[in-house]
Write a protein that binds this ligand. Sequence first.
Ligand code: TXA
Ligand code: MG
Length: 331
Amino acid sequence: MTQVIQLDPEQPDQQAIECAASIIREGGLVAFPTETVYGLGANAMNESAVEKIFKAKGRPADNPLIAHVCDRQMLDLVAGGVSKTAERLIQEFWPGPLTLVLERKPEVARSVSAGLATVAVRMPRNAIALGLIRTSRTPIAAPSANTSGKPSPTTAAHVLDDLGGRIDMILDGGSTNIGIESTVLDVTADTPVILRPGWVTREMLMRIIGPVEQVEYGEQLRHSPGTRHRHYSPRARVILLERGSPELIEKVCRDHLKDGVVGFIGHTPVNIANPDFKPIILEEKAAEYARLIYSALRALDDQGAVMIVLEGISDAGEGVAVMDRLRRAAS
Ligand code: TXA
Ligand code: MG
């Protein structure tokens, strides 16, 4: 049985948080909201607890997790070699959607790092997440709380759909505000490298610390173990039109309607008078795409779409992270 507890995201009830924290301390699994997506948490210092995360998600064992901390001191429990550069980023962006890859401390459960010498750490900007970590008095390992390969969850209902019955508790704090996962930045190299683009952009990082490299889409495979696995994909086939004209979009959608329900997620209004055509029109803004893309993919899956056509946005600034997720969904 999975217990779902509704909480005020600004001022969560401390009794409920204590209940969740005791599950974490006893080695159980609790899903909780962050500002990006929902995470599936376990005590990061407890090997058998962390292994349960991999089992519940069906996550490949070679894909490492992010350790979540609630303050600067807790970082020292999981990571060492925190450079001046890393400290400056922490000052500027924590709590927030920036994950730092650092030297791993031996006390961290091995499977958090999937055998690597490094560990990914972040401090989420969400009162429920921070309260849970503080009350548990331990760093919490948490990947996104979806079944491996599915879009990340942005509501408690998404988590329940994927993991209901397989985890102990879900803390429901409503929809997450950003909607896509954190930026993952490797700061162990001389020049920091973005392994996964996110809401903290390369430009924002460079303003604080100077040169930052961005691993190209194909190159990511070698650097960030997680990115080589199938990711962010709904059941339906997905086509990405990086820059679609209204005519092209309409043609592609029409072509596939003979196969069944066709979903469209984009900013160009398309009119096709066919009950099997399911358009979801978003504003042409990175923030709107980020916030709604995963729930839109899930909604179209639930409606039995055989094909989902995605329309891209500008691949700059925050749009880089959005386009990264759209490409993955379509790959
Ligand atoms: O916003 C987020 O980051 C969410 C919330 C819950 O915090 N978490 C999340 O976790 O997206 P997950 O497990 O779905 O993605 C973690 C990413 C993966 O791509 C993984 O390969 C990478 O971080 N990662 C973790 N540890 C790493 C390490 N030591 N070196 C390189 N990449 C690492
Ligand atoms: Mg994930």
